[in-house]
Design a protein around this ligand. Structure first.
Ligand code: FES
Length: 151
């Protein structure tokens, strides 16, 4: 059974013209997450100075929605404090992209987890505790709580 997917203009824009692609050498925090089911992998680099994210870059080996969500996620975290960056959830990323088709929601979850993983790495390297920051989830799957609350 084939399924026609509708993507918003913003998703198409960030997919065809992704922002902040690349890596940051000696980044303050690096996070890599993946989804075993689709095999997509996302790596996020954050440069943090005085508790503020001054730069963010990503590399995503994945679907178009994963590229678009990584792109938007890097845009959203730039200029935010570590605490504020932690609040950039997959829902926030999806909203900023004017939505995603339901089967692509997990792609945005990858972006949220990549941010968290990079923040975790930063916190560990600097021996600091960020309230609400949990150890990264390496393998995102669709049993995540998000899916249970999304019906
Ligand atoms: Fe898996 Fe998009 S299909 S991240």
């Amino acid at each position: 059974m084939s399924q026609v997917m509708e993507y918003s203009e913003k998703v198409m824009d960030h997919f065809t013209n992704p922002r902040n692609v690349g890596e940051i050498e000696n980044a303050s925090g690096v996070g890599t997450v993946g989804n075993a089911k689709c095999g997509d992998i996302m790596r996020m680099y954050l440069e943090i100075k005085d508790g503020v994210v001054i730069d963010a870059k990503f590399k995503t080996f994945g679907c178009g929605a994963a590229v678009a969500t990584s792109s938007m996620a890097t845009e959203l975290v730039k200029g935010k404090t570590v605490e504020e960056a932690l609040l950039v959830t997959n829902k926030a990323v999806m909203e900023a992209l004017d939505g995603l088709p339901p089967v692509k929601v997990h792609c945005s979850l990858l972006a949220e987890e990549a941010i968290h993983a990079a923040l975790w790495d930063y916190a560990e390297k600097n021996g600091i505790t960020v309230p609400g920051l949990k150890p990264p989830v390496k393998d995102i799957d669709e049993t995540e709580e998000f899916y249970k609350t999304e019906s």
